[in-house]
Design a protein around this ligand. Structure first.
Ligand code: AMP
Ligand code: GLY
Length: 420
């Protein structure tokens, strides 16, 4: 069977490795993949957003199954293009991917269907937004409507910051058309939990919960990043909370999308905050989260490709989806300076056994693997307890070498605090 995975980060590396466990897979391609993924798949130099290129390649190679992993191609409609060619796909179509593609859409959906989330107001006129922000309670949260490389959320502590945020997003258009509309949101507090769920629009099967560490520096300080590490399961997310979220958030979201004629098939990501008022949705993503995937998929004991095929065929209820009871920890090793300026091109040496090293930003240069991105790779370990998984991940980090390597030293510490 020929499988194609669209994307080229740590998430895609974790997906590729898991899909390869299925013995029916004879060929696996990554578009564009990266220097590390090249160990596990044939990387093809076609950008994830190049829908025409992807379609031509898929047809030429007679791909049997496609996985579209990143947000951009999903929101642009890559699944629609591939399905029109008769290629079964894992991932939501364009109509459903709007759940991540437009924050205004997702907030309005939650309001209409009574799904718990922060109070909000939507603006398309910067003057009106600024007027509103003169009296809104602080801190306040300002979000660009569209995709913004995970940088479109500003938490303003002062009026000045809030007004600046409106100016940068709506007038300077730092995120382009994504900033034509903004959402101004109530600031919520509480532990954050990521829950990825498999769904075919009829059945919803949440995966093991996880916790991301978004800030660059220890103690959750510094700038927001794409994620500096993850642990799973998330100890804040008790069984009682899981049941409550299923009833008040997960199933209602699936039903709401069906009602709107936007049936969601694929991996639906719920970014939740456990507030004193109960769990609330901070954000939806229309795909596997990264680096959440780097702890969640290693804990999946069932066959990923079969689950994905069941979802594509609308038979998820018949799939076996089983997770290990163990814990996992992933430490992201980045280039010093990320998410700001950083240097790359340094040789990476990996240990001989690196089944759970997921490469995000690396290239092959003169036959050697060299750094080629802010987040370079993720090192994941699994153990019986969270403490052991964390300890082992940090031991394994010592076996990976490249110049200017930077990583957080406290991945999982907040989660450990919740366990006692
Ligand atoms: P996002 O890019 O949507 O994941 O948001 C980035 C981060 O901003 C989230 O992980 C939260 O930590 C924070 N955030 C987003 N919305 C809110 C909110 N309404 N209240 C407090 N924090 C928020
Ligand atoms: N880790 C958050 C995301 O994938 O958006």
């Amino acid at each position: 069977m020929k499988v194609m995975v669209v994307g080229g980060g740590g998430r895609e590396h974790a997906i590729v490795k898991k899909i390869k466990e299925n013995s029916a897979v004879t060929e696996i391609y990554a578009l564009p993949g990266n220097g590390g993924i090249a160990q596990d798949a044939v990387c093809v130099d076609i950008a994830a957003k190049d829908l025409d290129g992807i379609a031509v390649f898929a047809k030429e190679k007679q791909i049997d199954f496609a996985v579209v992993a990143p947000d951009d191609p999903l929101v642009l409609g890559a699944v629609d293009v591939l399905e029109a060619l008769g290629i079964p796909c894992f991932g939501p179509n364009k109509k459903a991917a709007i759940l991540e593609g437009s924050k205004v859409f997702s907030k309005d959906l939650m309001k209409k269907y009574n799904i718990p989330t922060a109070q909000y107001a939507v603006f398309d006129d910067p003057q009106k937004a600024m007027e509103y922000l003169k009296t809104a309670p602080l801190p306040t949260v300002i979000k660009a409507d569209g995709l913004a490389l995970g940088k479109g959320v500003i938490i303003a502590e002062s009026r000045e910051e809030a007004l600046n945020a409106v100016h940068t997003i709506m007038e300077d258009k730092v995120f382009g058309a994504s900033g034509d509309h903004i959402v101004v949101e109530e600031f919520l507090t509480g532990p954050e939990v990521s829950v990825l769920a498999f769904t075919d629009g009829k059945t919803m099967i949440p995966m093991v919960s996880s916790m991301d560490h978004k800030r660059a520096l220890d103690g959750d300080k510094g700038l927001n990043t794409g994620g500096m590490g993850t642990i799973a399961p998330n100890p804040y997310y008790t069984e009682a909370l899981a049941e409550e979220c299923m009833k008040t958030i997960f199933l209602p979201t699936m039903e709401a999308m069906n009602q709107e004629g936007r049936t969601f098939k694929g991996c639906l990501y719920f970014g939740l905050m456990l507030t004193s008022d109960g769990p609330k949705v901070i954000e939806y993503n229309c795909r596997f989260g990264d680096p959440e995937t780097q702890v969640v998929l290693p804990l999946l004991e069932s066959d990923l490709l079969s689950i994905m095929q069941h979802i594509a065929h609308g038979t998820l209820a018949d799939a076996e989806v089983k997770f290990s009871k163990k814990s996992a920890c992933c430490v992201i090793m980045a280039s010093e300076g990320y998410p700001g300026k950083y240097e790359s091109g340094y040789e990476i040496t990996l240990p001989q056994h690196c089944d759970r090293i997921f490469v995000a930003g690396a290239k092959i240069k003169d036959g050697k693997l060299v750094t080629g991105g802010g987040r370079v790779l993720g090192v994941t370990e699994i153990a019986d307890t969270l403490q052991e998984a964390i300890d082992q991940a940090y031991v394994s980090v010592q076996n990976v070498h490249f110049a200017n390597a930077y990583y957080r030293k406290d991945i999982g510490q907040k989660a450990l605090a919740a366990e006692v």
